[in-house]
Design a protein around this ligand. Structure first.
Ligand code: NAD
Length: 353
């Protein structure tokens, strides 16, 4: 039976890059049925809400979701704030779909090593940040509190089950790679970090094939710049992961290349996930055939690997992308002159698939 994928192209360059990702998915021969729905500013314009019920229902009935990007200047000042695309669509989508694990690989593609801010071999990183996505200080209770004009409170909460389930995701990812996990916390200061560390320690004996170590977040931020090649899988909580995953992705040199997965509880025995490029809707280049579709295409490869256990098809896509780059093909974000457009880059990847 065909897998069912909900496609949410969204705003700005979202539809342009998603179109290429869907074309590449179709070309792998993996049986997938695609169904599109509105999300973000375009959904607000057409239905009055950035996350229409029909879109949520489609996502809930699908095996996986492929998202482009949402937002843009047209909707940035909408009132109430809950109608703005990121607040009104992305956060509720994560919450409603129970997407507690954000998996962000940061790998330098060899033909683009010079784009990294790091010099020489240090630029050749290949790591994955596994970030807890629905707990911690971003979801604490009370979520925001202003007692008066001179005091504000945010609360950081973690339950053991939340640490256990995200650690299991990190361990599973590490087992497909170099079997090394660094769990990042601030256990010298924070009680939630001490609970985090104790929980990871308690789980460690059940995974003898893994090397599991701990690192304080400030040290990790520094080590990422000093030598990111020491990391295989970084496991961390919501806010630390937000910051470290952005830091790690910039070390690879480009925003238009990096995919991500947000995973929830398995459905029918398969990991359910929402897959999206890490970049936004890039309103400055939307509709001009200038967006780099590679992050969206690699997000589709992650979907094949994580949700559909189609590792071979995922690798074929990744190799096709590397070959297109090795052959010198570049979109405008990577090459000023002699660049090719979004659709032509999609074609080039298809041709090498
Ligand atoms: P952005 O990622 O959209 O763009 C930042 C810069 O990178 C821009 O110059 C853009 O042209 C360039 N860029 C991004 N993706 C590219 C690609 N694939 N190819 C070539 N160049 C690319 O970030 P921003 O400008 O801060 O945000 C724009 C809008 O996107 C805002 O409304 C923001 O809220 C939204 N946003 C959405 C998401 C999401 O949907 N997950 C994430 C981040 C930002």
């Amino acid at each position: 039976m065909a897998h069912k994928v909900a496609v949410l192209p969204g705003d700005g360059i979202g539809p342009e890059v998603t179109r290429e990702a869907v074309r590449v998915l179709k070309a792998t021969g993996v049986p997938i049925e695609f169904e599109e729905a509105l999300v973000g500013g375009c959904a607000y314009d057409q239905t009055g809400h950035p996350l229409p019920q029909a879109t949520l229902d489609l996502c809930k009935s699908a095996d996986a979701v492929l998202l482009g990007a949402v937002g843009g200047p047209k909707w940035d000042r909408l009132e109430p704030v809950a109608l703005r695309p990121e607040v009104g669509a992305l956060l509720p989508l994560r919450r409603e779909l129970g997407l507690y694990a954000n998996v962000r690989p940061a790998k330098t593609l060899a033909p683009l090593a010079k784009a990294s801010p790091l010099k020489g071999k240090r630029a050749l990183l290949d790591l994955v940040v596994v970030r807890e996505l629905t707990g911690g200080i971003y979801f604490g209770s009370p979520r925001e509190r202003r007692a008066n004009g001179t005091l504000a409170v945010d609360t950081c909460l973690y339950h053991v089950y939340e640490v256990e389930r995200i650690a299991e995701v990190a361990f599973a990812v590490a087992k497909t790679r170099r079997c090394e996990v660094v769990s990042v916390d601030k256990a010298n200061v924070l009680e939630t970090s001490r609970l985090w560390r104790e929980t990871v320690d308690r789980m460690t004996p059940a995974h003898p094939e893994l090397r599991i170590a701990h690192m304080l977040v400030d040290n990790c931020a520094m080590q990422l710049v000093r030598d990111p090649r020491q990391f295989d899988v970084i496991l961390t909580e919501n806010m630390f992961g937000d910051i470290l995953s952005d830091e790690a992705s910039m070390l690879t040199g480009s925003l238009g290349l990096l995919p991500s997965a947000s995973l929830g509880e398995p459905r029918q025995g398969r990991p359910f996930g929402l897959y999206e490029p890490i970049h936004g809707s890039a309103p400055d280049i939307a509709g001009q055939d200038r967006a780099n579709p590679i992050a969206a295409v690699l997000s589709a490869a992650m979907m094949l690997r994580h949700t559909f256990a189609e590792s071979e098809a995922a690798e074929r896509i990744e190799r096709a992308v590397e070959r297109a780059l090795a052959d010198g093909l570049r979109t405008a974000d990577l090459a000023g002159r002699d660049s090719i457009g979004t659709a032509a880059m999609g074609e080039a990847i298809l041709a090498r698939l």
